[in-house]
Ligand binder design. Structure first.
Ligand SMILES: Cc1cc2nc3c(=O)[nH]c(=O)nc-3n(C[C@H](O)[C@H](O)[C@H](O)COP(=O)(O)OP(=O)(O)OC[C@H]3O[C@@H](n4cnc5c(N)ncnc54)[C@H](O)[C@@H]3O)c2cc1C
Length: 101
């Protein structure tokens, strides 16, 4: 579970860094930025879920930081454009790109 979480966090970091690199180069990153937001938000939810599982019952109790982490990261899928809105942005721009080819 630790390895899965590390690998997924690394994937998200690579996505963000590559998207920033493209943006710095003056490219349009509408799709990539939404991919980053969607993937990282969903990813950190899986990471938090594993963290609770690793800690067992203690991970569920409010006395421990893991429970707070689990609750806090749930917000990422909702604000600054929900996951479903990121999916709309990605899919619509993919169709736009295809129409321009
Ligand atoms: C703690 C917190 C802090 C916030 N801070 C800010 C802030 O600083 N500034 C700010 O402007 N806003 C802020 N918000 C608001 C946040 O951006 C909105 O909650 C978010 O945009 C979702 O809007 P909504 O709550 O009206 O849900 P809705 O838009 O009603 O969405 C409800 C559900 O329907 C889905 N949905 C909606 N439309 C579609 C569609 N077309 N296709 C498929 N699914 C769809 C959504 O993905 C979601 O799952 C904050 C919210 C919270 C909880």
């Amino acid at each position: 579970m630790l390895a899965d979480s590390r690998a997924e966090a690394y994937a998200a970091r690579c996505m963000v860094e590559e998207t920033a690199r493209r943006r710095d180069a003056g490219r349009n990153v509408t799709i990539e930025a939404s991919c980053c937001k969607m993937f990282a938000s969903e990813m950190v939810g899986r990471v938090a879920d594993r963290a609770v599982q690793i800690h067992g019952g203690a991970g569920y109790m409010a006395e421990y930081g893991v429970e707070r982490f689990y609750r806090d990261v749930r917000l990422f899928r909702i604000y600054e454009g929900t996951t479903q809105i990121q999916q709309l942005v990605i899919a619509r721009n993919m169709l736009k790109e295809i129409a321009q080819e």
